[in-house]
Ligand binder design. Sequence first.
Ligand code: HEM
Length: 285
Amino acid sequence: MGIVEWAKSPWGQDVPIHIAWTLIYVFAIGGLLFLIVHAIYVRYFAKAEQYSGGVSEAVAARVPERVPRHSLAARLFHWIMAAAMLTLLVTAFLPRVGVQFAWVTYHWIAGLVLTVSIIYHIIHASFWLDFWSIWPDKADVEDASRRLKRFMGQDAPAPRRFAKYPLENKMYHGVIVLTGLAAILTGVFMIFRVRTGIFPRNPYLFGDMTWGLMYVLHGLAGVGLIALVMVHIYFAVRPEKFVITKSMVFGSLPKEYYLEHHDPERWAVETNGSESSSKRAKASA
Ligand code: HEM
């Protein structure tokens, strides 16, 4: 069994038409296995987190009781994008596993909502938020190597506390950017294949081979997103991470959580009466 389904074009050429739908189960089961293995690891094997250095009492005293993490605009974006993403997954894959309904219209409309929300997010993050806060930096790489060494039982200093986003979150974001953009860019072209009543239909925009490859890439990104979204929701509901999920609803984190896991030098927040910190504190959204 391959990962692609083929068909004969009217000119007798073998062309890919879409992914093999068994990949839906492969990625769903893969995602499920990850969750099970991770949950067992955390429950029975993981050691308590340890960080190097500490936060001085003077700095801690200036941190407000609630530390702003996501602005209202960033939260609205997140939940609109999440609704669009879930609608896309449900409309794309339920019909493939036997639940038949007229899915295409819901799908392309949700696709447009996702596309517009991502364009908004790119502009918002580039000009209003701290753009670099979500990309790995040198300290992340050093700390990851320290953690790996300690995990293997070797001698290494404890890692520092995190900046605004831990390395795992940054890596997840990187992967979902690539997968999401692949689904969006192909999806926008695929709209020309369907009757929308808004956009002109033009199935001759590309040849059969190009269309086929586009459907395959769209499908591969789609099944990848099944696993990625499962993992994301799993972490969001884990008890120790739930405080972060709540910050995506209410916008802020408790001071104790911030001081325990984050380094005020690496993620400066608006503090009570600290001019230098508040100047450095780019919109903590
Ligand atoms: C979570 C993201 C997405 C997933 C999981 C997903 C999945 C899928 C799948 C599995 C198909 C069937 C493809 C085939 O028959 O080979 C499909 C079709 C389609 N997708 Fe998506 N998609 C996503 C995002 C998007 C976006 C962002 C758009 C538009 C901007 C879009 C537009 C379309 C269109 C127009 C079709 C129908 C093509 C046709 O029937 O000819 N999709 N999608």
